[in-house]
Design a protein around this ligand. Structure first.
Ligand code: ADP
Length: 276
């Protein structure tokens, strides 16, 4: 049974998870954070990219998504077909407005489609009820967004353990797993700090730890380095590729960054709602 404290955290989390973006750290704290960042981000990237299996994890066929306004209709996805395999790290790229975020939202079941079919791990999304879909997402997917979406009132480790608590893991186990994941991203020393005391790069690493703590099969990332400078972008990509290799998870990354695209196994280019 969850404790009262755990239940309160869950409630706070549910209410504010979507709305919250972390505060900018003060300059004093930033310089402390930067020093630790240098200390903790030590691993060199390996030049080898992940080996990819032939197990189909994400499959989209003829996907159509039309936004209907009062006077105007926008075809955001126009008969999109995509196959992504287990262990692949894929970038979705293209000009603003071409449908990248819509694709990510539809593939992950955050948004519905008008026609076509999307299968994740052989499960057709359209056949799942809202509850089943939420459960499937909680167990099998992790999300990383540009704006971090960390809860400012919770410590680093409390932020990371949220998905575990929401999906019923005991408080003790959640803390153990979260500390281990913070260690993976080089931030165990920062476990009891608030997000506002961390640099942007560190905050994004906490977001990564949170996305990965329940060992999801698929990690969706929308502009994960969009708010970071090039040093932090490099460090986040080192981490992502290391974790991708270590755990054979599938990563789908929406990005404008040529650098990020170049670090993935494959780039899916989009234009005007189509894969080109
Ligand atoms: P990208 O991520 O490539 O910038 P989006 O997926 O955000 O593109 O948007 C694709 C198209 O769909 C754009 O023309 C955008 O204006 C439109 N669009 C996105 N979301 C909505 C929405 N909620 N309502 C209406 N139109 C939308």
């Amino acid at each position: 049974m969850p404790t009262k404290k755990t239940a309160t955290k869950k409630l706070v989390a549910k209410k504010t998870l979507k709305k919250t973006a972390a505060k900018k750290p003060s300059s004093k704290k930033t310089s402390v954070a930067k020093k630790t960042l240098k200390k903790t981000a030590t691993k060199k990237p390996s030049s080898k990219k992940t080996s990819v299996s032939k197990n189909l994890v994400i499959s989209a066929k003829n996907v159509l998504k039309v936004y209907k306004g009062t006077n105007i209709e926008v075809t955001a996805l126009n008969k999109v077909k995509i196959d992504i395999y287990e262990g692949e790290m894929v970038a979705i790229m293209g000009p603003s407005g071409c449908g990248k975020t819509t694709l990510l939202n539809c593939l992950s079941g955050l948004d519905s489609i008008d026609s076509g079919a999307i299968k994740l791990q052989n499960m057709e999304l359209g056949t799942l009820s809202d509850d089943k879909l939420s459960e499937f997402r909680a167990k099998n997917m992790g999300f990383v967004f540009q704006s971090f979406n960390l809860l400012p009132v919770l410590t680093t480790v409390e932020n990371v353990e949220l998905p575990l608590l929401v999906s019923g893991t005991s408080a003790k186990e959640a803390r153990k797993l979260s500390e281990a994941k913070l260690d993976d991203v080089g931030l165990l020393d920062w476990a009891t700090h608030l997000p506002g005391e961390l640099s942007g790069g560190q905050r994004q690493r906490v977001t990564l730890a949170r996305a990965l703590v329940n060992e999801p099969a698929i990690v969706w990332a929308d502009e994960p380095t969009g708010n970071l400078d090039s040093t932090n972008e490099l460090e986040i990509m080192d981490l992502l590729t290391d974790l991708n290799k270590k755990n054979n998870q599938t990563f789908v990354i929406v990005t404008h960054s040529e650098y990020v695209g170049g670090r993935t196994n494959r780039i899916i280019n989009m234009k005007d709602g189509k894969v080109v």
